[in-house]
Design a protein around this ligand. Structure first.
Ligand code: ATP
Ligand code: MG
Length: 561
């Protein structure tokens, strides 16, 4: 049952749970992940999912998936479906424990009516602006609404009629009767219900009053028998209200709310409002654009669920907000892909090379290792011929001192093949642009042959012109130029236009002709790539998942070499 029974790094929530199990306060752990279906899930949600589902798994309990769908104005079934797909993809299973807060609307209404009957809630007829003005500030207490002392009978009647649709939107609200002088603004008679004539994606026009989050959440937790209701720090000063509602109704079970610090990532925005602005403003191609920090964006980019889970675990669970470097996430992606991604050769910016002393029409099938990290991955055959493509960057006509790759008169090895020498450069007579290289090869130096140990300073990747598959390659990078875009007023101006470069002339080795959307590879010397769903008959599209080396680490360590 336990996924990480081997000494999972402990943290304060694990300690609370272990205490509760030891003391017999709870026999079984029940957690929940409660997204509002008003956007796609992002990496912050993944942190919460890993925590809630992970704790349930670790302690042999269960974790519910509950849609917190009380605000029909912003919610949509598209988001419900996407959220379920993403949670499953991350590797978690809610079994038959799928819930919707909207399924509790009738019960929530009954609970609200019980508060009314107990004199603990009242119908207020102030306008929204007046309610705000009466609430006071951090430094000044609030004032009682003139409607606060309505009789139970009047409140009952008005609340019934609110539900029956007798009043226009905004005419009344239902409020808890707590304490307008409380130092905690959330306790100053918070609104529990408001009138909103908006169709709900599940309950249609059945309701014209909707419960608010603070009222809904604690009662949904209670109805489901949640033991530990884990949420992010911004709810810490909502906890007294969470407890007040359950105490006022004297509910049979009282879940414990526990707060932890939300995940913030550098070079990333994570508020759903901002992610929606990126999508609606056309700054990205959609919620699943590989530059987005959404789970669906990461999936399309080629991140693996295992790497995301490892990252979330490595971040730990804290009580104080902080910023995690996005390089830490990228590190986990590389670690995982290094183990599993087959190596292939792909030339992103091709330069043609002709081996003049290689027989025309001859093709050799060279053996190539699929993954040096995984002997079970075996080998494959690569066609080698007289005309090849190499990377344009791997040739310089007039190389500076530290450039050890191909140049006129110089020798390099072609991976799995021969040592070649650049004999001549063919240029466009008008522009001077390098069109192709004329080379020779040394037939004695085939990889694996006795003479193959002859040393040259560089090994280049290549593909055969006649056999290679044309491909579009999308190079993705971090979406923002600054470390903390969310702190910038004009955060949209910090988008890096170079976060996507599309290369349409790339050539990949023929084994990739049959690769399917979602498959991941290491393009030797280039990085990790995956097949984009835009791939189809006659069209191959690859996304760069992450570069090979952690350039960030080198920069942090100062100029190396
Ligand atoms: P936003 O503030 O961007 O709208 P949200 O927190 O309102 O996001 P919900 O759908 O309510 O989004 O979140 C579902 C769960 O995920 C909540 O329990 C919330 O605390 C948690 N969560 C959201 N963002 C993060 C984050 N960055 N780190 C950890 N947990 C998060
Ligand atoms: Mg929320």
């Amino acid at each position: 049952m336990a996924e990480r029974a081997a000494d999972p790094a402990s943290h304060f929530i694990r300690e609370i749970i272990e205490d509760d199990l030891r003391s017999g306060r709870h026999a079984r752990v029940v957690t929940r992940f409660p997204p509002e279906p008003n956007g796609y899930l992002h990496i912050g949600h993944a942190k919460s999912i890993c925590l809630n589902f992970g704790l349930a798994r670790q302690y042999g309990g269960v974790c519910h998936l509950r849609f917190d769908d009380t605000n029909p104005a912003k919610e949509d079934v598209e988001y419900v479906d996407a959220i379920m797909e993403d949670v499953r993809w991350l590797g978690f299973d809610w079994g038959d424990r799928l819930f919707y807060a909207s399924d509790y609307f009738e019960q929530l209404y009954d609970f609200a009516m019980r508060l009314v009957e107990a004199g603990k809630a009242y119908v207020d007829s102030l306008s929204a602006d007046e309610i705000r003005a009466y609430r006071g500030t951090f430094t000044e207490p609030g004032r009682n609404s003139p409607y606060r002392d309505r009789s139970v009978a009047e409140n009952r009647d008005l609340f019934l009629r609110m539900r029956a649709g007798e009043f226009p939107d905004g005419a009344h609200v239902l409020r808890a009767k707590i304490d307008m002088a409380s130092s905690n603004l959330n306790m100053r008679d918070p609104t529990l219900y408001r009138i909103r004539r908006i169709a709900h994606h599940r309950t249609g026009d059945q309701w014209c009053i909707y419960p608010l989050y603070d009222f809904t959440h604690c009662l949904s937790d209670m109805l489901e028998g949640i033991t530990h209701s884990i949420c992010t720090l911004e709810f810490e000063n909502h906890r007294p209200l969470y407890d007040w509602v359950l105490d006022a109704l004297d509910t049979p079970c009282h879940p414990q709310q526990i707060e932890f610090a939300r995940l913030n990532l550098s070079y990333t925005v994570m508020s759903k409002r901002k992610l929606l602005a990126l999508v609606q403003g056309g700054h990205v191609a959609g919620w699943d654009d590989p530059r987005m920090p959404t789970i669906s964006g990461f999936r399309r980019r080629g991140y693996t669920p295992e790497a995301i889970r490892d990252f979330c675990e490595s971040v730990g669970v804290a009580k104080r907000d902080s910023m995690v470097d996005v390089a830490q996430l990228e590190h986990h992606i590389r670690e995982d892909l290094n183990k599993r991604a087959p190596r292939v050769m792909a030339v992103l910016r091709p330069l043609k090379l002709v081996i003049e002393n290689y027989p025309e029409g001859q093709i050799e099938e060279l053996e190539a290792v699929n993954n040096p990290e995984d002997p079970a991955a075996g080998t494959r055959r690569l066609p080698f011929a007289r005309e090849l493509y190499i990377e344009r960057d791997d040739f310089m006509e007039d190389p500076p001192g530290k450039f050890f790759r191909l140049a006129p008169g110089r020798e390099v090895r072609l991976r799995y093949a021969y040592i070649i020498k650049c004999e001549r450069v063919v240029k466009d007579p008008e522009t001077g642009a390098v069109l192709e290289l004329r080379c020779s090869y040394d037939p004695e130096t085939r990889s694996g042959s006795p003479a193959s140990s002859r040393k040259v300073k560089a090994t280049l990747h290549w593909v055969s012109v006649a056999h290679a598959v044309a491909a579009e390659v999308r190079l993705y990078d971090r979406l923002f130029k600054v470390e903390a875009p969310e702190a910038c007023d004009d955060w949209l101006a910090t988008i890096d236009p170079a976060a996507l470069t599309v290369l349409r002339e790339a050539r990949v080795e023929p084994s990739l002709a049959t690769a399917l959307a979602g498959e991941r590879f290491q393009f030797e010397r280039q990085g990790y790539f995956c097949v984009d769903p835009d791939t189809g008959p006659g069209r191959a599209v690859f996304n760069r998942t992450v570069t090979l080396r952690d350039t960030w680490a080198r920069i942090q360590a100062g100029p190396a070499r």
